[in-house]
Design a protein around this ligand. Sequence first.
Ligand SMILES: C[S@@+](CC[C@H](N)C(=O)[O-])C[C@H]1O[C@@H](n2cnc3c(N)ncnc32)[C@H](O)[C@@H]1O
Length: 510
Amino acid sequence: MARALKTRQKAEFGDFQTPIDMAREVCNLLSRRGLKPASVLEPTCGLGSFLVAALQRFDTVSRAVGVEINEGYVQAAMTALQGIAGPGRVEIRREDFFKVHWKDILESLSEPILIVGNPPWVTNAKLGTLGSSNLPNKSNFQYHRGIDAITGEGNFDISEWMLIKCLEWLIGRRGTVAMLCKTAVARKVLLHAWRFGLRLRRSDIYLIDAVKHFGTAVEACLLVVESSPSEKNLDCQVHNSLREEPPRGAFGFRENHLVADVRTYEHWKHLAGEERRKWRSGIKHDCSKVMELKEEQGIYRNGLGERVDLEGSYLYPMLKSADVANASEARVKRWMLVTQCTVGEDTHRIMHNAPRTWQYLLDHADLLDRRSSSIYRNRPRFSVFGVGDYSFAPWKVAISGLYKKLDFKVVGPHEGKPIVLDDTCYFLACQTKDEAELLARLLNSNVAKEFFSSLVFWDSKRPVTAALLRRLDLDAVAKELNPEASLEAYPRKPDRNSSEYGQLSLSLGL
Ligand SMILES: C[S@@+](CC[C@H](N)C(=O)[O-])C[C@H]1O[C@@H](n2cnc3c(N)ncnc32)[C@H](O)[C@@H]1O
């Protein structure tokens, strides 16, 4: 019982205390960088490792403040600091980050300020499942100028919010934020800062081994950001560890986007541009047990193991992410029941056109009607999403959004029908084989791969996204591969008529 309570508390408060050795290593690094703080703030100080390490390392500190919500930790931190800080030099407050009067605290701190620590490792979604309110209050959410950038994604880390606050406290002041956090959080925080024009003199990420130090398998780092009243630097150097060594590269902010590798991007940035072909996602139905049928020797079975015998009119051969990503030539093993040709189309016509299919849908309505996503609300019964004439284009160039590789595949018709893709894939719709093969060659060229690689953060959960694919101007790639080629015939936004791509392949000699 006590153990369960502890586990819950740990989850709710993102409680991973920093070992004192690690806090010391961080402060040594900051000292090597030339930091001489006049004051220190630890906004969620826990047992106080960072306060202890900072006060021991920096004799320039005249005042240190720690805030912590957990009373037991406040007491422990006070005990740990006894004998280290002289009277009046350190103050530990038992308060909630989201309710503290930070302005008063910040005004009491002289510059340069060091804001150091390790904010809670928990997401709002996790807090939702725990029924916890360890979050900024609603009004803060709505009026915070950058919060859309966070909440827009639905799920965000509490530390992201806290880190953004820390950076904002330093606007117009001299100071450094040095915080341990997930690497993905560090990037989002910098993106926010760069997007909103916060003046940062220097940003660095030092990768850490979170399994070793915190027993949790996430990509994590120490984010160090120096504020400046005047300078604006849009790069962040990435270091492999907290040790002294040259950075392995830099990511940054270019043309309003995050760029994973600044150097490579600078080389290939002329390929960035307009999305001349529309990248689409595959069809979304959220009920594979009913909507996907496996075929074996002419017998179709659904995901419930039932043998199914339907009219062919609404069945399409399909490929899933794994089929697109793994096989050199994708083999069709499944068929998808596609109830609409366009989003919102009336599904009742199935009753007349294909009565057995309609009956099958009715027989499984309990599962289909229970699909929880709000996109199905107030839509015709048995609707699917991400469907349009592009879904039925005979040829496609497809990539899986689930796999961490850039490999574009040509997908052609099967048994006289267009192959459809599931919603974990992205594709360009093509009318002819020539067109699909040319586009695949452009996309699989080293030039395009280098361009994409300069933008991709491979440690993200889903690095290949439609937003990434849209950044490449295929026209520019074609030109890059053969500058002599006349691109007159290259249509700016071709949708259906693609014979021009066929001609282009000849003139490009690709
Ligand atoms: C990841 S731990 C790190 C603690 C400390 N910063 C360190 O480096 O050891 C996060 C800390 O945040 C505290 N915390 C969580 N939510 C808080 C809140 N709303 N206000 C203040 N502290 C909070 C937790 O109790 C926990 O001590």
